[in-house]
Design a protein around this ligand. Structure first.
Ligand SMILES: [Fe+2]
Length: 306
């Protein structure tokens, strides 16, 4: 089968999905028994045991107190079953490392979503014991969840406190200083009353928008495959390009001293006079490596700054 967004969405058209994507709304798509078999039949996803038997890396086990990724210990595949039986959720990170198929899916989905080449895309697998799950939080990532075994109940609510967060936040914790600097209203400590429930049976796909509140609880032991994309913001593209540009200058590379305010001021003035020559296309030709975007780069200053 093909391995792209249209295949993942199945009965939902890409155009319909794009409408929800643009509005930052979740999308839940149940797939029939015969659908997405290429993913659901991957040998290492047949059971937790088959995954553990093929997993050479560390596994993150979530402590039952906070029910959150921020409260976790590293475990080996040998120790993980005991932790799972004791009620701890297991997270297998970067699962595409062990599967060329998944690597292809990640690459194609990033392309189909139109995300930057600087995006960190990967697969995660969550093994969650019956009755356990994650506490309310949002992620800065774009996420697709495919339920493989068991059922998981997702509770989801729009986030009115912050738009386009740059970091993850769990309701039980305090926001990091940067996040706290741009929240629009105090962050809630429990799921908002307008939260909707989605029941993910095997084969159900859920799109979890960036920054959307969610919490989960497994009904029966659960195994779920995630496609997760940490995509750069315009801030990231601009600061990447800016650093590349400034790194070419021996003056900007000087060690900063507290007696150098005049020197710094001169450098900023030079930068300000340079900025009118910057073009979005030139920056994108550097960050996205697309030669077709490079034709107008002569006017800018990024050409050759890689
Ligand atoms: Fe999450």
């Amino acid at each position: 089968m093909e391995k792209g967004l249209a295949d993942l969405l199945g009965p939902e058209s890409v155009t319909e999905f794009q409408t929800h994507y643009a509005r930052n709304e979740p999308v839940c798509i149940p797939h029939g028994e015969g659908e997405l078999r290429g993913l659901r039949d991957l040998p290492f996803l047949q059971s937790l045991e088959s995954l553990l038997a093929r997993w050479p890396y560390e596994i993150q086990a979530h402590l039952p107190d906070l029910r959150d990724e921020s409260s976790a210990v590293e475990s080996s595949a040998a120790d993980a079953p005991k932790l799972f039986r004791n009620g701890m959720g297991l997270l297998f990170n970067d699962v595409d490392r062990v599967s060329g198929e998944l690597k292809e899916w990640v690459m194609n989905l990033r392309r189909d979503l139109g995300l930057s080449e600087l995006t960190y895309g990967r697969c995660l697998v969550y093994a969650t014991p019956d009755g356990k799950g994650t506490a309310p939080h949002f992620d800065q990532n774009i996420n697709f969840v495919l339920q493989i075994h068991g059922t998981k109940i997702w509770s989801m609510a729009p986030n009115t406190s912050v738009l386009n967060p740059l970091s993850r936040h769990t309701m039980a914790g305090e926001p990091d200083p940067e996040l706290a600097s741009y929240v629009l209203e105090p962050l809630p400590k429990k799921m908002p009353p307008n939260a909707k429930q989605f029941s993910l049976a095997p084969g159900t796909l859920l799109y979890v928008p960036r920054g959307y509140w969610h919490s989960t609880e497994a009904a029966g032991d659960s195994l779920a495959l995630n496609f997760t994309f940490t995509a750069p913001s315009w801030i990231d593209l601009f600061t990447t390009a800016l650093r590349s540009r400034l790194a070419l200058s021996p003056e900007w590379r000087e060690t900063a001293h507290d007696s150098g305010a005049d020197r710094f001021s001169d450098l900023l003035e030079t930068l300000v006079s340079d900025l009118p020559n910057w073009r979005a296309e030139d920056i994108l030709s550097v960050t996205e490596g697309d030669p077709s975007r490079d034709s107008s780069a002569q006017n800018g200053n990024l050409r050759g700054s890689r």
